[in-house]
Ligand binder design. Structure first.
Ligand SMILES: [Zn+2]
Ligand SMILES: [Zn+2]
Length: 232
C-alpha cells in the first residue's frame, strides 16, 4: 500500500488564534502547496490564545467569529482542491485537546463548555459525537500549568508527534502514553504560519470524511510524519 494522502491534523489561522500569522485562505494555499489533501483547522478556543476577545459579543456571535478562519480556509479549499474540516483546540490551564466532529451549532448549544469541569466537558463532547485528541500532553512551556496531566479515560487519541514541540522528549513521552493506554495515535504540525509544515499523517486512501481519518488512524493505517521530532 502506498501512503500518499497527506493530512494536516492541527493548524491555526489568524482570524481566530492570536498567535497565528496567516489567514485561513493563506493556510489552505500553503497546505496545498506542501502536498496536503486535507487539513483540520483547529484554532485556539476562547480559553486558549484566542483572537476573539471583546466582551460585547453574544455567545453565538463569538462562535460565528471563531469559525471565521475555518470558513475562509474552506472557501479557498473549494477553489483550489483541498478538503478543509472544522475543529478546535480546547484549553484547560494548558492541557489542550483537539476536537473534531463537533460543529459550530453544537458549540452554540453548549456555552457551559467554558465553565464546566474538564472531565464533564470531555464527556459532553464525546456524548455529542466529538472525537478528542490530547494535543502535546507533555509539552513543558511557561503557559502550561502542571504539564503531563492526562485523561486516558476521556480522550480517543493522543498527539504522539507534534512538530511544534521544542523537545523530542515531549513527543517520546506522548507516544509512551498512547501505547500504555491503547489510545489512537495522531500527529500534526501545530502550524501557525504558511511558512512550512513538517507534520501530519499519511494515509493509503484519500479520506472523504472526518470519520475516514479517525477510522484509518484507529486501525493504524497511517504513517505519522515528523519522526525526527520523536523519541527513538
Ligand atoms: Zn497557538
Ligand atoms: Zn495548536
Amino acid at each position: 500500500m502506498e501512503y500518499i494522502y497527506k493530512v494536516e491534523t492541527h493548524l491555526h489561522t489568524s482570524q481566530a488564534s492570536a498567535c497565528a500569522v496567516n489567514t485561513g485562505a493563506e493556510m489552505a494555499r500553503a497546505s496545498k502547496r506542501d502536498g496536503y489533501c486535507a487539513i483540520f483547522v483547529t484554532d485556539h478556543f476562547f480559553n486558549g490564545n484566542t483572537a476573539i476577545r471583546s466582551k460585547h459579543y453574544s455567545w453565538d456571535e463569538k462562535i460565528t467569529l471563531f469559525t471565521g478562519g475555518y470558513e475562509d480556509a474552506k472557501k479557498e479549499g473549494e477553489k483550489i482542491g483541498i478538503d478543509v474540516y472544522f475543529g478546535f483546540e480546547y484549553n484547560n490551564n494548558g492541557a489542550e485537546f483537539l476536537v473534531y466532529n463537533y460543529s459550530a451549532d453544537k458549540l452554540m448549544e453548549y456555552p457551559g463548555i467554558m465553565t464546566d469541569g474538564i472531565e464533564r466537558v470531555l464527556t459532553n463532547i464525546k456524548n455529542g459525537g466529538g472525537f478528542i485528541i490530547h494535543a502535546h500532553p507533555f509539552r513543558n512551556e511557561y503557559y502550561i500549568q502542571n504539564p503531563g496531566r492526562i485523561y486516558p479515560d476521556y480522550v480517543d487519541a493522543v498527539e504522539v508527534i507534534n512538530t511544534h514541540n521544542r523537545r523530542k522528549e515531549e513527543n517520546a513521552r506522548a507516544l509512551e502514553y498512547a501505547e500504555k493506554y491503547g489510545l489512537i495515535k495522531f500527529g500534526g504540525s501545530d502550524s501557525h504560519s504558511a511558512h512550512f509544515q513538517e507534520g501530519g499523517m499519511l494515509f493509503p486512501k484519500k479520506p472523504e470524511s472526518v470519520k475516514d481519518v479517525t477510522d484509518m488512524a484507529r486501525r493504524g493505517e497511517c504513517i505519522i510524519l515528523g519522526k525526527k521530532y520523536g523519541g527513538d
